[in-house]
Design a binder for this molecule. Sequence first.
Ligand SMILES: [Zn+2]
Length: 217
Amino acid sequence: MSTTITHHLTDALLMSYAAGNLPEAFSLVVATHISMCDECRARLASFEAVGGAVLEDAPECAMSEDSFAATMRLIAGMPAEARIEAAPETRGLFPKPLRDYVGGDVDAVQWRSLGGKLRQAVLPTARDASVRLLYIPAGAAMPDHGHAGMELTMVLQGAFHDEDGYYGPGDVEVANEDLKHTPVAAPGPDCICLVATDAPLKFSGLLPRIAQPFIGI
Ligand SMILES: [Zn+2]
């Protein structure tokens, strides 16, 4: 992808991802960003190498007598198609990891209106955290909010800015308890973001607070 990504994943997130410790919702954002960002993919590889070194130094643990032969028999018995690499895909807006969750590209998203032109689609994941697609019309503002936990926001289309900076396609904003912000979608294409949270957001305005249980953010 030719876009210039300036806001990257933190080392802590990449390490947790490499260790397999992230909630599914956050893993999806990390995997989606990694698929667009050479820099973070390289940093992830170095963290994975650490894991590989740990494994290589770990004491060996014998498996049952027949394990190797049994595995080879299973491989030999697999249908031929299963061993053929999938053909390279035609590119849409959504990178592969995200497309797997949506079941297609943007046209396959099951949007729900949040009022006005604001829309969201919650993606199915384990319940320890949640991840959703947000559709914010160009120029529109999200209600200003704080965070009870961590929030990862990755831009897929368009751009937004808040108190902390300007975020374009591929950029990730990592927000935590300390950040209270009002994201505003930039002019141009409507903004589509992938947002993962591990705790409900804390809205400051009365109306969003009333609407929150219905919106499910
Ligand atoms: Zn990156």
